[in-house]
Design a protein around this ligand. Sequence first.
Ligand code: ZN
Length: 453
Amino acid sequence: MILRNTGLRRCTYRLLSTKNKELESSTNTNHAISTKQLLYTTDPSSPGSIFFLPHGTRVLNKLIQFMKNQQIKYGFQEVVTPLIFKTKLWQKSGHWENYKDDMFKVVGNDLSKEEHHGENIEEHEYGLKPMNCPSHCMIYAKFDRSYNELPVRYSDFSSLHRNEASGALSGLTRVRRFHQDDGHIFCNMEQVDQEIKNTINLIKDTYDVFGINKIEYYLSTRPEEKFIGDVETWDNAENKLKKVLNEATGEGNWTIREGDGAFYGPKIDVLLTDAFQKKHQVGTIQLDFQLPKRFDLKYVAEDGTRDNQPILIHRAVFGSLERFFAILLDHYQGKWPFWINPRQAVIIPVNESHITHAIDLQKVISGDIVNTEKSISPLTGFNFHVDVDKRPETVGYRTKDAIQRGYSYIIIIGDKDIANGTFAIRSRDDRKVFNKTSNEIYEQFVELEKSYK
Ligand SMILES: [Zn+2]
């Protein structure tokens, strides 16, 4: 029997420890920031599933868009796959045997109808997917594949469900429904090095954007007893991983966990240390010799032979997006950098007579996405989240409130600004005030987004 935590928990987002106090306090901090910034909420009607509020959704969408753009660079093709699959599929993938307790069963309401009596109940029983791997194997298997197509790389941002015990559910880090920046690479043994190297580079570059430079790599090798495949293939794969780790991270900069690999292949776990010296498991790279066998995946080699099996690499950079969101909440303490801030700027008209001008300014510096006179908004371009605070409160009160809510920039607009055509813009961080035209402000925003600042 395979242990739950080392078996099919591939592409996992498992916590290092769920019992420590740090996690508890981090969940509380997250909750406090979320309450102040209106980011997400939960409800007992769906325990462990997050409701992302409009501003939280902005952050989540930025993370997804960020990763989609990186993945295009690395040759991934995004796919959209079903959420429910018949039990038979999960039997084929091995999940039913090893992972059933962590899955949700789905049955149609017509199951109890008389016409189904005596039929094979499994025909009408489904499982809600806990992972995307089987879907991607199925897409691979739908077509004849040739060596010159490899590597085939699929990415997927589907929601996944895992039936975590209700007592273990906590904030964004221990959930039942989550999303991953999930990716699967089908390649041959010679291509493994480059694919792993690419993934490590993407992980390093990505974390660097968020100012997270402390990354640890752990290589887990073949378990002593329970493993599939022959020792030679394992040794070969492990040596490749060691070589790639040495090249990509430098010798001695990674740690080996002997015998800790999954039964289906060796893996690299990536841990990051946040600003508070807390460690989180995020990215993962796992080689898999088993699923290609279970799904009978093949490709035609250069010599014309048809019986060649690709290797499957499971990989995720953020891991669970919900979890990464929680790490960022901790990391930034609500002070989001401009590019990902759900509240990028607020315009405060001094009094009612300045509201029209404030709205005109909002049009320009938001990228014309709000209050646009065009009937259809453009598909791409630089657009920013800019609000106008029209409340009949004092400028001082609204400024203080804007700081509290975490706006990156505060722009106050009065008679003098309108007459001069320049606006006093102050940054949340250094509180310095600059007078800029609307176009200069927009250009500044574009530059900040381009440089992920
Ligand atoms: Zn996977």
